[in-house]
Design a binder for this molecule. Structure first.
Ligand SMILES: [Zn+2]
Length: 73
């Protein structure tokens, strides 16, 4: 055994196995392309963090639901 087994992680962009090694500057991505795609997605707002941005957009629907649930005399 030489201990050269590479640690494999799933690329967040394409889901393929990416080698987690010092030789892979794009980790946890499998390639530079996937890294750029992920960064681009964040920059363009395609990815939304649940509970932050969605809060404002859902507030109207939320209020409606609250009114239905709460007993109003
Ligand atoms: Zn990838």
């Amino acid at each position: 055994m030489t201990g050269k087994t590479a640690h494999i992680v799933n690329c967040p962009t394409c889901g393929k196995g990416a080698k987690w090694t010092p030789k892979n500057p794009f980790r946890p991505f499998c390639s530079e392309r996937c890294k750029l795609i992920d960064l681009g997605a964040w920059a363009s707002g395609e990815r939304v963090i649940p509970g932050s941005d969605a809060d404002g957009a859902m507030s109207g629907e939320d209020e409606e639901g609250a009114h239905r649930l709460s007993p109003v005399n």
